[in-house]
Ligand binder design. Structure first.
Ligand SMILES: Nc1nc2c(c(=O)[nH]1)N[C@H]1C(S)=C(S)[C@@H](COP(=O)(O)OP(=O)(O)OC[C@H]3O[C@@H](n4cnc5c(=O)[nH]c(N)nc54)[C@H](O)[C@@H]3O)O[C@H]1N2
Ligand SMILES: Nc1nc2c(c(=O)[nH]1)N[C@H]1C(S)=C(S)[C@@H](COP(=O)(O)OP(=O)(O)OC[C@H]3O[C@@H](n4cnc5c(=O)[nH]c(N)nc54)[C@H](O)[C@@H]3O)O[C@H]1N2
Ligand code: SF4
Ligand SMILES: [Mo]
Length: 904
């Protein structure tokens, strides 16, 4: 049986076809594929999406509620939440209660949360992890268009003559969109792509021009573009006059900030010729899309950076047309849905703000909260970082966290930990049994997860799709909205939370969007899906993907906004905003002389609670790492492949060194994914100060300041353990845990060489069955075999010399070891096996050594490699890496050939 649903990872929002099978009344999801009919993806899935079925299963799911550390009936836990919230509200008032939500909730969950917290508990303090993600883009769109409305769609990317990607590693973070762009570019050889990023990323594969910009200088870059357009007579005067205001001021500010190419090139640390090429391309094309993401948003002046981009599009009239517009790409699957509902602390509901005239009264009537004391709050609540400060001050006494892991993702995580420890009531709704934040919860509520959850999400191009509930949640787990409604009923708000199906919630949400919303009036709201009200359960279940607004004027939805040049600003005109470059808040010091850049890797999702359940997603980058320029490393005695430390006054991060000239000098990059569940001391956010954009409240997460030092160790070992238990080997000074099939891999390191027999006993509770030791060289290898089965395998070895994991994993899988395998066990490889190296293609599990051999053998195109090894033929996410490998291997060969010629 097949069912259609939507991928729960990134904001591309790909359509998924799920294969279901049923046996003895028990349903399982056995496989996933791309849904050819879904207009976001047309049948494509990236590597994360295509591994979705491997992340399911009941192991390590949160199945039961817990109150004060004790497993409890769900009903009792909900009683506990209701009683404790009521007591805090009674003693300290509504404002002592806060919610911290997530762009991974479905729209229906979000709607109920907003209604419960703001409407019924009467607290404005509801924020979401979208604050860390989209807040600057939201604030900028509101300043420019009067509403948080993304004008573009994915076809615009394909139809553009010029695509500018700024602060976006699209190849890794929105891979299906990247594939659409690649296909469009190969169809249209005239299309140009510009990538703006301090690092060379895989996204550069498509770049005709790459600008390795100095971090934090994007406002200057785009101000420079605006003054260039003015100087070259490339402003669209007609558009500016008819449809905008503020161009005079914006232009004056731009000229002052970025008068000429030389000034911009100096501040942005760019080659003036390349810069001019970019400016010339932008100014001379009408069909330009600028796609921007966290490199722009996560800055102390993120809102201004976004407006600097939007200004250029308004000034050139490059908006509201096919293939044109400033396109903020969303991160999470439902960041957009949360924004529609109004789930951020400065929003009220459904594109109405607290200060929107009449809005509080209108929402009060719609939610029927007139009779409550207190009724709706009157002013915005605390944004995420301010929420933490309010907890520190003792003002917030209860925090309900849903579908986010703030102990890992909020900046200055030691401080976040201290705040949560001090908060009298922390409630966490979560679908996994373990994450860093759960450990600090007083009450834990089990939530349903992807394939169980049932509702809608909205992707980056405003497209609403159904995520369908296909499997029953395990144990007592319920949908997030059901957990909240359960608490609401217990607090006496039953009537307002009587929904029994998500279709009813969606219907209410759709009605609110159209409630007293007249498209002809000056105070119209562009988010209007009143056309989707009254669908009923069947209509809702069958809902095909559709782009908002959906109303009488757009019954089939709207692909593009602002085509008529009418904006949501009262007078209908868009605003150019005068912006000036601002220095980053975190500045280098003698003790912290390097800039820390943080971001994502291809195969992991955020704090890894879900993607680490699919072992094949662990192979691409198995351990936390630090990318650094070779010269910065050598100046500090840091070498490739060794462990190193990043540190500053806030904390410490330990990772394995990857030397790369893709990194600018003076800057280092670390992934955001690792946390206390997967490594000792590898939480990137521990090193980032809790500072951010005063307008949007978005943290400056793309920039910390740190020192880099070696992390000397006396030994490194690789331990494979048959158990899936999360025992942290206390006997190591550093560790990283890497889930594999049939065993767990632990990379371990220590400062002093132990007696290995004693170490095995203390750490594993076992003595080796087989071992070999060369004490002089510090080498030790051992294995534990119980009743014929391999239970653990240990090799003290330098990290470069990894064993053959595929073969060893197979040894753990078998019923009992065959004698030949037993004989080879300490060698760590099958006699004939050639090492396949680190995984490049996760779909077909092809390693870099295998690929290099094939390239040397003549398969030196992506297509030839695909034919020979199948790599790159399924989801395509590894194609940029394949191209890099071809280039590097051929360069090596040439070098070797040259060398031979010289020698002969
Ligand atoms: N594989 C994977 N995909 C994901 C996610 C994931 O966890 N894993 N998460 C999703 C989410 S929630 C989000 S928000 C998106 C994020 O998607 P992206 O924004 O593409 O992701 P990041 O890797 O955080 O950052 C993007 C780039 O910004 C660059 N950058 C840093 N500083 C600057 C600067 O000053 N100027 C410019 N121009 N660039 C700079 C970084 O070097 C980095 O390459 O990804 C989504 N997709
Ligand atoms: N330094 C630095 N920090 C960053 C960023 C960065 O680039 N650099 N990026 C920021 C950005 S853009 C983002 S979006 C955040 C992401 O950061 P988080 O939101 O903290 O990361 P996740 O791992 O997605 O956390 C989601 C949690 O909810 C659980 N969960 C998943 N689905 C559900 C559900 O349906 N219901 C419930 N109740 N629980 C569920 C997951 O198991 C997981 O524990 O990180 C931010 N932090
Ligand atoms: S690009 Fe990948 S992660 Fe993003 S929605 Fe599509 S399949 Fe999911
Ligand atoms: Mo995000």
């Amino acid at each position: 049986m097949q069912a259609k649903t939507t991928c729960p990872y990134c904001g591309v929002g790909c359509g998924v076809t799920a294969e279901l099978s049923e046996q003895d009344g028990c349903r399982t999801l056995t496989g996933v594929g791309g849904d050819p009919a879904h207009p976001a993806s047309f049948g494509r899935l990236c590597v994360k999406g295509s591994a979705l079925h491997e992340t399911l299963g009941q192991h390590d799911r949160l199945r039961r509620a817990r109150v004060d550390g004790l497993e409890t009936e769900l009903g009792q836990a909900l009683d506990g939440v209701a009683e404790r919230l009521a007591a805090i509200r009674c003693e300290h008032g509504s404002n002592a209660i806060a919610g911290y939500l997530s762009g991974q909730l479905l729209t229906e969950d979000y709607y109920i949360a907003n209604k419960l917290f703001k409407g019924y508990l009467g607290t404005p303090h509801v924020d979401t992890n979208s604050r860390l993600c989209m807040a600057s883009a939201v604030a900028a769109y509101k300043r420019a268009f009067g509403a948080d409305a993304v004008p573009c769609n994915y076809e615009d990317l394909e139809e553009a003559e010029l695509v500018v990607l700024s602060g976006s590693n699209l190849a890794w973070n929105h891979p299906v969109l990247f594939q659409r762009l690649r296909a469009a570019k190969s169809r249209n050889p005239l299309m140009r792509v510009v990538v703006i990023d301090p690092r060379v990323t895989d996204t550069c594969e498509l770049a005709d021009l790459f600008l390795p910009i100095a971090p934090g200088s994007d406002t200057r870059l785009f101000n420079g573009l605006l003054s260039y357009m003015a100087a070259k007579g490339r402003l669209d005067q007609r558009y500016l006059e008819r449809h905008t205001r503020g161009s005079g001021e914006a232009l004056a500010a731009a000229r002052e900030d970025a008068p000429d190419i030389a000034t911009v090139a100096h501040h942005c640390e760019l080659d003036p010729e390349r810069l001019e090429t970019f400016y010339y391309w932008f100014a001379s094309h009408l069909h330009v899309v600028t796609l921007f993401s966290q490199g722009i948003n996560q800055s102390a002046s993120g809102t201004d950076q976004c407006n600097a981009i939007i200004n250029c599009h308004l000034a050139g009239g490059q908006i509201g047309l096919p293939g044109a517009g400033p396109f903020s790409i969303t991160g999470q699957p439902n960041a957009m849905g949360g924004r529609e509902v109004g789930g951020l602390a400065n929003q009220l509901a459904a594109h109405m703000d607290y200060h929107t005239p009449g809005a509080i009264e209108r929402v009060t009537r719609f939610w029927r909260t007139e009779h409550l004391t207190p009724t709706l709050p009157e002013a915005p609540g605390h944004k995420a970082m301010a929420l933490i400060e309010a907890i520190e001050r003792g003002e917030i006494k209860a925090l309900w966290i849903m579908a986010t892991n703030p102990l890992v993702s909020l900046p200055d995580s030691r401080r976040v930990r201290a705040a949560l420890e001090r908060c009298p009531l922390v409630i966490v709704s979560e679908c996994m049994a373990h994450n860093d934040t759960l450990a600090l919860a007083d009450i834990v509520l089990p939530a349903s997860s992807w394939a169980e959850k049932d509702g809608t999400v909205t992707n980056s191009e405003r497209r609403i799709s159904r995520q369908r509930g296909l499997l029953p949640p395990p144990g007592d787990a319920c949908h997030d909205w059901q957990l909240m409604a359960g608490v609401a009923r217990r607090m006496g708000f039953g009537e307002a939370f009587a929904h029994v199906h998500p279709a009813e919630i969606f219907d209410e949400h759709a009605r609110l969007s159209g409630f007293e919303n007249d498209p002809a009036a000056a105070d119209w709201r562009i988010f209007d899906i009143s056309g989707l009200a009254g669908l009923g359960r069947e209509g809702y279940d069958a809902l095909a993907p559709i782009q908002w607004p959906v109303n009488a004027a757009h019954p089939q939805g709207a692909a593009r906004l602002f085509e008529e040049g009418r904006f949501v600003t009262g007078d209908g005109r868009a605003r150019l905003v005068a912006v000036t470059s601002q220095p980053s808040v975190q500045q280098r010091t003698a003790d912290a002389p390097l800039i820390l850049n943080t971001g994502r890797i291809r195969d992991q999702w955020h704090t890894m609670t879900r993607t680490a359940r699919a072992p094949r997603l662990m192979h691409h980058r198995p351990e936390p790492f630090i990318e650094t320029h070779p010269e910065d490393a050598s100046a500090r005695g840091v070498v490739e492949g060794a462990l190193a430390r990043l540190h500053n006054g806030l904390g410490e991060y330990i990772g394995r060194v990857r030397l790369t000239t893709a990194q600018r000098r003076g800057e280092v990059f670390v992934p955001i994914h690792w946390n206390d569940r997967f490594a000792s001391r590898a939480r990137a956010s521990e090193l980032i100060a809790a500072v951010g954009d005063p307008l949007s409240g978005q943290p400056e997460s793309k920039r910390g300041v740190v020192q880099l030092s070696p992390r000397p160790v006396a030994w490194e070992a690789c331990l494979l353990l048959a158990t899936t238990s999360g025992v942290v080997p206390e006997a190591a000074d550093w560790w990283a845990r890497i889930p594999l099939n049939h065993c767990q891999r632990w990379q371990l390191a220590g400062e002093s060489l132990p007696d290995w027999f004693e170490w095995c006993e203390a750490t594993l509770g076992d003595t080796p069955t087989l071992w070999s030791e060369d004490a002089g060289r510090g080498c030790f290898r051992a294995a534990g075999i119980r009743e014929g089965r391999l239970t653990w395998w240990l090799a003290v070895m330098p990290p470069g010399e990894l064993p053959e994991f595929d073969w060893l994993e197979a040894c753990f899988a078998g019923e009992s070891l065959d004698p030949e395998a037993r004989r080879r066990l300490l060698a760590g490889s099958e006699a004939s096996a050639e090492s396949s190296g680190a995984t490049v293609c996760s779909c077909h599990q092809v390693g870099c050594r295998t690929i290099e051999r094939a390239i040397r053998d003549g398969s030196n195109t992506v297509e030839a490699l695909g034919e020979r090894l199948a790599c790159g033929t399924q989801c395509g996410s590894c194609i940029p890496e394949l191209k890099n490998l071809i280039e590097a291997t051929e360069a090596q060969q040439e070098h070797a050939d040259d060398h031979e010629t010289v020698v002969s």
